[in-house]
Write a protein that binds this ligand. Sequence first.
Ligand SMILES: NC(=O)c1ccc[n+]([C@@H]2O[C@H](COP(=O)([O-])OP(=O)(O)OC[C@H]3O[C@@H](n4cnc5c(N)ncnc54)[C@H](OP(=O)(O)O)[C@@H]3O)[C@@H](O)[C@H]2O)c1
Length: 307
Amino acid sequence: MENKLNAKLSPSQIATQNKKLDKKIILITGANSGIGKETAISLAKIGHKVIIHGRDVEKTKQAREEIISKSGNKDVEYLCADLSLKAEIPPFVDKVKQKCDYLDVLINNAGGQFGNKREESIEGHEKTFAINTLAPFLLTHLLLPLLQKSKNARVVTVSSESYKMGGKPPLEDIELKHNYSLFKSYGLSKLYVWWIMREFVEYLKAQNITNITINTVEPGSVESGLQRESGKGILMKIITILWKPMMWSMEKAAATSIYMATSSEVEGVTGKFYGDCKEKIIKDKYISPKAQKALWDYCQKVCEGYL
Ligand SMILES: NC(=O)c1ccc[n+]([C@@H]2O[C@H](COP(=O)([O-])OP(=O)(O)OC[C@H]3O[C@@H](n4cnc5c(N)ncnc54)[C@H](OP(=O)(O)O)[C@@H]3O)[C@@H](O)[C@H]2O)c1
């Protein structure tokens, strides 16, 4: 009932249902545009300290100014890194540590979608996997010490309903050297990041870390910069036109991240998948603890030397 009511509230109203503001330090990746920027504006408006991340310095600086002007909150900082490169993540984490002694919320929002031709980063990882799955894995790992210093920390990771579109996960070919396609790589990367976050819950339990919750969200469908690369083909252009009437507003797309990052209603909730500010039940066919562990082990192996 409460959640049904929430669907009618704006993100700021949802978050400020906490009677007295418990000011949080919140890091949002990919917050210089789209859903991440909207999330940052709302969280800053509520009064939280927000650290936005972007890849391009000028674009991220401009986003910071826009967030300050729209929220009226000057406590907004920015940091830059290409998160699809493992080598850029540890220095990025060092810069976060210079900005704050603890972190209350990490929103793994940055994500990408590429074309129908498989491309690799200069580190040799398939690009969609690198930004959508590997980056949240490594970044969350490296930020754990800072999150542990918070009284109650939350990790919120942005996945997508497209997790259903990747087909059967080929665990012997996680980075799709064979059989790559745009839909397969994007869908699987968003299923994999959900598995990684589920496995993080087990990891925290094993480490006896009790102050951090880990949840995954899907933001619905919204017009953003996501299809810069993937939207060039005629098929994607047609899909986008047909899909337009079903698209959500940016405010609605950001609402679930904001809800999971701040609402007292979900305090202590961990290992769940949320959409439209409600828990979403994932069908058993998309969950395999064995495959999940194999993916985790793969990420750990390729991140050796960075963890
Ligand atoms: N739009 C939708 O309908 C939809 C639906 C489901 C899920 N999502 C997910 O929502 C999240 C936000 O996407 P969006 O729709 O808001 O798209 P967007 O406007 O393109 O925002 C994506 C953000 O991620 C950043 N990013 C991409 N690649 C990066 C990299 N290698 N290193 C650092 N930052 C990088 C982008 O920075 P640059 O500007 O520098 O590229 C940008 O700030 C993504 O995880 C996406 O998969 C979106």
